[in-house]
Every structure is written in structure tokens, then in C-alpha cells.
Ligand binder design. Sequence first.
Ligand code: DP6
Length: 334
Amino acid sequence: MYNKEQIIAEILSGKSTDVQQEKGAVYAPANIALCKYWGKRDSILNLPMTPSLSISLAQKGSHFAFEVVNEKTDRLHLNGQAVEEQHDFYHRLFSFINLFRSHAQPRLNIHITSTIPIAAGLASSASGFASVVKGLNELYRWQLNCSELSILARLGSGSACRSLWDGFVEWQYGSRDDGMDSLGVPLDYKWPQFRIGLLLASSNKKSISSREAMAITKQTSPFYTLWPQQVATDLMGIKSALAEKDFAAVGQASERNALAMHATMLTATPAIAYSNAQTTAWMHQVWHLREDNMAVYFTQDAGPNLKLLFLEESTEDILQLFPEVEIIAPFPSR
Ligand code: DP6
């Protein structure tokens, strides 16, 4: 078993952790998994039980700005509001940053602006930690590449390792105990017509974190033994459907994968149910629309919100049927 410090030392070997740049600003997109990461083989290094595959959300993500300050404590602002030292988020962020620096180093004033609701199952920790490692890469001028940053981001939150790239990204789960082969790899499938529709059933903080929920599921759900096989099938299905631009096949496999993940949670002890009445109503609406031959599917993460999957040609219909939807084009034309 390795600890985070050993992995960081290996990646940063020969690099300095003296501040090189007094201020800077970076950005990382959030990502939504079409084939989910649920369960770890190593909970210190966030090494997953299975591979996973996501799509990055372009302009929805985390802006991270830092400034070196001559003060005794670090300061943190989230969406413009000061976050107190006692706050969980402050603790989680600076415990991570402290893995990379000594006490003698100057403190930081950090501003994180998230363009998606924080901790509502909308993958804000993924873009958050990816943006932090990109920020540290500037602060110390390490000049690490995205693959190295992906490994570092994983140490903060597993799904963050997929947020270093735009478009479709596979998290290759790897087999090494030190996790050096467990990182995001960008996939070469471009699909400008692909759309994601965010449906917020609640923007409240989740009742139980994905970290805790996946640990309970792995330990107690009798269905968890089926999960790795399900992922293998769905991942293969999604990748070949992406290669063929077969939208129905991508949608089917992604929706089934999300439902299978939630089925493992529902059968955990205690049961973990993220859906609320609104979530279920939307699911039924999507299924009815498919009976009427509309190509719309959904995926759901560790929260009650739903993410619709559809193609550009259905935009008008989706806006009419789901007036509250927020539509994201993951491949913006530049
Ligand atoms: C349901 O990456 O938040 O969104 O590694 O413990 O930080 P930790 O977990 P996290 O889990 C994400 C779970 C998920 C599925 C996914 O994004 O693949």
C-alpha cells in the first residue's frame, strides 16, 4: 500500500516546490460519466474497481484563481463568498494542497468560481480538484503534462482525473498498486451534435457523499459483485457506439449503466436512494418519449438531478418538454 505523499514525490521528482508565480488563474471543466466509477480498490489513492468513461462539460466547470499572500492563514472564496476555516470544504481543499507544500511556504488566497451547483451530484468536485492541480502546476511551474496532472487530480477525487481534457475521456483503471497507470485518457471521438440537458431536482447538498456511498455499496450490496461485469459490457458498448456514431446505442448503454449503479446502491445496507419524486417523474417522462420514438436518454450521478442525453436536432422539443432544462453543448464550435 502506498500513501499520497509517496506518489506525489515520485511524480514531482526533481521538481521544485518553491513558489515561482505569484498569481494565476486556470479552468477545468466538469465531467459527466456515461459509464460510471462506483467503488474503489484503494481508498487512499482513489484507485477504482473498474474503468469509466465521461464527457466533459465545456464551459461548465471550475475557475481557480490563486494569489500568494503575506499572511498567516490561507484564504478561500467560493463563488465570491468567504469560506471559514472550520468549513469541510476549506479543510478538504487545503489538506490536499498541503500535500504539496511545507509550513514554511507562503499562504494563498484562493478564489474558486464554479459554474455548476456545488455538491449536488453535478460533479463539481471533479472540476474543482482538476483545477487545483492545474493551479499548483502554475504556482510552482512544474510543467507537468495532462496525464501527470490527471494522476495528481485523482488523489483529490477520483472523477477529477477525467477533467483534464475536453470531450470524451476514459479513465483507464490500471493494475499497479501505486496507481501510476490509473489515469484519464482522451478519446478521439468528436460529436458536435451531442447535447447534455441538466435537470436540477434539487441544488441542496447531498444527503450522503459519493465517497461514503460507494464504500457502503461495495461492502454491503449483494449486487456489487455484478457491477464490474456490467461496466465491462457497457464500456465496450459505449465505445463502439461512439465510434459508429450510433446515438441510440450510446444512450441505451449509458442509461442502463446509471440505473445499474443506482440498483447496487438501493440494495446496500442501509439503502442509498438519491432519487426524489421529481427524479422519478422525469425518468418516466423520458421513457414515454422514447415510446414515441424520441431519441432521449438520461444518466444520473450521486444526487437527485438528471442529465438528459440527446442530439442537437431534438433541442426545440427538449426545451418545450422540459422548460427548466439547461442545455450544454460539450463540443463548442471555436
Ligand atoms: C457517481 O469522484 O466524487 O459521479 O473519488 O471519493 O472523490 P471520490 O468520488 P467521486 O465519485 C464520483 C461518482 C459518480 C460517478 C462518476 O463520476 O464516474
